[in-house]
Design a protein around this ligand. Structure first.
Ligand code: GLN
Length: 241
């Protein structure tokens, strides 16, 4: 079995080490004897979506998002076909915002890919800090770090999780991220996947299922990560109840 990961615009969308998510997916494949390859696509490169099993879109500043947005117009339709065909996508922060219809900033609108009927608007102040979620995708709390000025409104889609600590999509709804088909959008940097291996395995499972049919992933030793998640939960959530 083999997984091919497409890393889109790593030179522009790679805040807070979102690239660590790639290293995590690659390693967890290799540890299980599954081959893994990552292809980086920069501005102007042509993307053959039929070769990709997982796509990562990382975070970026408004300035970088504005640059990328022009490029996204060229791939929009093929990206949409990939998503509708159950292609796996993990989009973080700026990348998450770009999945939607638009991101309205003080300097004007940044058009999104419109893959999902969600949108992002700015409000006063940035939402910055540690964040902890309860998610249907993981028995353990999902932990990460957020830093965004955009507030994302998900129009009734499934969220990635309920916010136990932190701000989330808009600082008010109590929810974070979005799940649509095999797409996850989230504000959790951190990087997300090394801290939350269950989410990593969920993405790998979905990608392998799409390519090879039902799979059962070999269990890995995640005791360290689990202990860290439980510690963070106890420290930030339980202590406050
Ligand atoms: N520029 C976006 C915002 O501030 C996304 C930032 C990010 O990717 N961390 O909302």
């Amino acid at each position: 079995m083999k997984i091919t990961i497409g890393h889109l615009y790593p030179d522009l969308l790679n805040l807070y080490g979102d690239r660590g998510n790639i290293a995590c997916m690659m390693r967890r494949c290799l540890w299980r004897g599954i081959q893994a390859e990552t292809i980086e696509f920069n501005m102007g490169d042509s993307i053959d979506f039929s070769k990709l099993d997982i796509i990562l879109l990382g975070g970026g500043s408004d300035r970088e998002q504005r640059i990328v947005c022009k490029e996204l117009k060229k791939i929009k339709e093929r990206f949409q076909d990939y998503v509708e065909d159950m292609g796996v996508v993990i989009a973080v922060c700026g990348g998450y915002q770009l999945l939607g219809k638009y991101y309205q900033t003080d300097e004007g609108v940044i058009e999104g890919l419109k893959l999902l009927n969600i949108y992002t608007e700015q409000d006063e102040g940035r939402l910055i800090g540690n964040i902890i979620l309860e998610s249907e995708l993981s028995k353990l709390p999902v932990v990460g770090f957020e830093n965004h000025r955009g507030r994302t409104y998900i129009n009734g889609y499934r969220p990635l999780g309920k916010v136990l600590y932190g701000a989330g999509n808009d600082g008010r709804s109590g929810y974070e991220g979005v799940i649509y088909k095999n797409v996850i959008g989230t504000y959790l940097h951190g990087p997300l996947l090394p801290k939350n291996p269950r989410i990593c395995d969920y993405l790998l499972e979905k990608a392998l299922e799409r390519k090879y049919g039902a799979v059962s992933l070999k269990k890995l030793d995640d005791r360290l990560e689990s202990a860290a998640n439980e510690y963070i939960f106890r420290r930030f959530v339980k202590g406050r109840r």
